[in-house]
Design a protein around this ligand. Structure first.
Ligand SMILES: CC(C)(COP(=O)(O)OP(=O)(O)OC[C@H]1O[C@@H](n2cnc3c(N)ncnc32)[C@H](O)[C@@H]1OP(=O)(O)O)[C@@H](O)C(=O)NCCC(=O)NCCS
Length: 160
């Protein structure tokens, strides 16, 4: 069981690990609104270089007992702040995402309202958000790369 969780800034050595985590097929299915081609390493690295240099994006690496377990980030969509996260599969089911999102929101004094999106059929991610007091405000339909189809997506808000 995990005993020690922490957040720290992303380093360049984290990127190959994040790349490996986002290759997982089950994770892609869950998240649904993913990269067009998760196996495209060059596109992944270019995307991460862009977001790490973007002043409106704030990303932290999640460490579990000193190992890179995943990432949690805040970005903006049409000027509205949103959060997202992704964990390597071997770290699932240990309360890590719930801890990381709650710590990320508290420690970094994030503005409110804060938004998040989740595929309607991703109960784990929805539960993480609801445990952090996000509530569903809208159901939308969008094209999900990982499903190659239009699916239902929920927009959630955390008010403060
Ligand atoms: C979704 C994800 C972040 C959950 O991370 P996690 O560390 O396993 O989540 P936690 O252990 O904090 O679990 C939070 C809650 O969700 C529940 N949960 C987790 N996975 C679940 C699943 N697949 N189905 C149903 N409930 C689930 C847990 O039981 C827990 O609820 P509880 O506290 O009431 O028991 C992780 O599975 C992941 O990274 N998936 C791939 C990428 C993804 O979907 N990212 C989110 C995009 S919106």
């Amino acid at each position: 069981m995990t005993t020690n969780l922490s957040l720290r800034p992303v380093t360049s050595t984290d990127l190959p690990i994040f790349f490996e985590y986002q290759l997982d097929e089950e994770a892609n299915w869950m998240a649904a609104f993913t990269a067009k081609d998760p196996t495209d390493r060059a596109a992944f690295m270019a995307h991460w270089q862009r977001i790490l240099a973007n002043k409106t994006v704030f990303i932290q690496t999640i460490l579990a007992d000193g190992e890179v377990a995943g990432s949690v980030l805040r970005y903006e969509d049409e000027g509205k702040p949103e959060v997202s996260y992704w964990l390597g599969k071997r770290y699932w089911g240990r309360g890590i995402a719930s801890w990381a999102l709650s710590e990320f929101l508290a420690r970094h004094n994030m503005t409110r309202p804060m938004y998040a999106r989740v595929a309607k059929d991703n109960p784990g991610s929805r539960r993480v958000l609801e445990k952090c007091e996000f509530r569903v405000i809208k159901e939308m339909s969008g094209y999900a790369n990982a499903r190659k189809a239009e699916i239902s997506e929920l927009l959630l808000v955390l008010e403060g």
